[in-house]
Design a binder for this molecule. Structure first.
Ligand SMILES: *Cc1c(COP(=O)(O)O)cnc(C)c1O
Length: 474
């Protein structure tokens, strides 16, 4: 007979017994008894399997009650921690899609709070006492700021493009330059969106050169509209040509087809006036003859995620009648935030101070450097004996496909692990320790160093409070 496995000699306490321990009772006060019972059960189950499978040299799980409660507490705290939480964006990319794009102004937060907790006039016309339209809360502002006749808002710009194509070009042809058949990232590829919208892409010109004559030849009675997409995230250089926007708009008008311009970022202000790289403004696109423009709410506009469709009143009315509009519409919180952000634009003189996206993009290198200098000694103390910290000049990006080649001079700190060997592993451990902080810190690895770009850090004290706890496992 084989000797019995040592598991047999370890007795685990019952779930009930652990649940009645004073510490478990205290946890139940905070998190509720069902969650505590479940966590204890899971913890005990895991310890039992570890014990059974523990002959490969791993330490056998302990059946000690206090340790079981420790494990259960970790499980509960993890369960109750929000999955979505703030991080420090030290990547140098201001509008970072994976990090939530535009930070919102306090005015938008207040506006969200004001409508989120109760009833609102989202679709109720208070003056007339009849049913209203949710777009009414922002349409006036959008038309005033862009020169468009009318506007509507959907979930994001991808939805805006989908809706426009579906509402205006279902089962019909849409000529697009081969140089503008873009992929924005993720699964937004213009040819795929066209297919899903139910329209027929009609490729025009070549990758590097598309002429007005190419469009003139492509427009026929089956053409629904002509589409232009802003090539926001790449640049074609060398022997290139595009059909001039005004001439293309005039051609469309002459042939009786709408001209749709997907701007993507769609700035509402002239960024060059702030010393930033130029982006086409929504107003300039309308002035150049676009019948419809589409752009994001959370890119350069600096607001909540949204897709804005602005342009000719008759086309907007048609777009709003589409059943897809209902499926793609935004909620009251987005409306409240978008309206608040748009109202900031009515006062251009204070815009830069109040709109975080613009404030971060225009921040002086001196102010960024001063912030880094305050944090440097704290970080150096936390990582003493493990890494050296040095001030650096670095380069930020606008992000979200805006001006991919233009860099904004910035400043920060580099972290240089002392380890002579295994630097790759050391940097990975460092990144992971920074991500494990209560407010995770996300930097970037560049030239075998960890680089922290301070452009998006306005509150040095909050960062210091995090980094003071940083410790990297050896
Ligand atoms: C970003 C972008 C989109 C997609 O916008 P989302 O708001 O991310 O949905 C579409 N077209 C262009 C040109 C873009 O730059």
């Amino acid at each position: 007979m084989p000797t019995p496995a040592p598991t047999a000699s370890i007795r685990f306490p019952s779930v009930d017994r652990v649940a009645n321990h004073t510490r478990a009772l205290a946890l139940a006060k905070t998190f509720g008894r069902p969650a505590v019972i479940e966590a204890i059960r899971d913890e005990l189950d895991e310890r039992r399997t570890r014990l059974v499978g523990g002959f490969d040299g791993t330490a056998p799980a302990s059946a000690d009650e206090a340790q079981v409660i420790d494990g259960a507490q970790t499980r509960i705290e993890r369960l109750f921690q929000p999955g979505l939480r703030p991080v420090f964006n030290m990547t140098g990319t201001v509008l970072h899609t994976n990090l939530g794009r535009a930070p919102m102004p306090q005015e938008a937060i207040d506006a969200i709070a004001a409508v989120a907790t109760g009833a609102s006039n989202l679709e109720f016309d208070l003056a007339a006492g009849v049913r209203g339209d949710r777009d009414d809360h922002v349409e006036n502002l959008i038309t005033r700021l862009t020169g468009a006749e009318a506007a509507t808002v959907v979930n994001n710009n991808a939805a805006a493009v989908l809706l426009v194509l579906n509402a205006l070009a279902l089962k019909r042809e849409v000529p697009v330059s081969r140089g503008e058949l873009i992929e924005i990232g993720g699964s937004f590829r213009l040819p795929d969106i066209m297919a899903r919208a139910g329209c027929k892409l009609c490729e025009v010109g070549t990758t590097n050169r598309t002429h007005l004559a190419d469009f003139a030849a492509a427009i026929n009675p089956r053409t629904a509209l002509v589409m232009k997409a802003h090539t926001s995230n790449f640049i074609v250089q060398g022997f290139t040509a595009t059909a001039p926007e005004r001439a293309l708009a005039a051609l469309c008008r002459e042939r009786g087809v709408p001209f749709v311009n997907d701007l993507g970022c769609g700035s509402l202000i002239d960024l060059a006036a702030y010393g930033l790289p130029q982006e086409p403004t929504v107003r300039s696109a309308i002035d150049n003859g676009a019948d419809i423009v589409t752009f994001s709410g959370d890119k350069l506009l600096g607001g909540p995620q949204a897709g804005i469709i602005a342009g000719r009143a008759d086309l907007i009315a048609k777009i709003k009648r589409s059943p897809l509009k209902r499926a793609l519409r935004v909620d009251k919180m987005t409306m409240a935030a978008l309206s608040a952000v748009l109202r900031l634009y009515l006062d251009p003189e204070r815009l830069c101070a109040r709109l975080p996206t613009l404030r971060l993009l225009t921040r002086s290198v001196d102010s960024i450097r001063a912030c880094a200098a305050r944090v440097q000694p704290v970080l150096a103390a936390s990582l003493a004996g493990w890494a050296t910290i040095a001030p650096i000049n670095c380069a930020s990006e606008i992000g979200s496909g805006s001006q991919p080649l233009e860099k904004l001079p910035s400043a920060g700190l580099s972290i240089n692990p002392l380890a002579a060997r295994g630097r790759g592993t050391a940097l990975k451990r460092l990144s992971s320790a920074m991500r494990a902080l209560p407010v995770p810190v996300i930097g970037r690895i560049e030239n075998d160093l960890m680089v922290l770009d301070f452009r998006c850090v306005e509150d040095a004290d909050a960062l210091i409070a995090q980094l003071a706890h940083l410790s990297v496992p050896q």
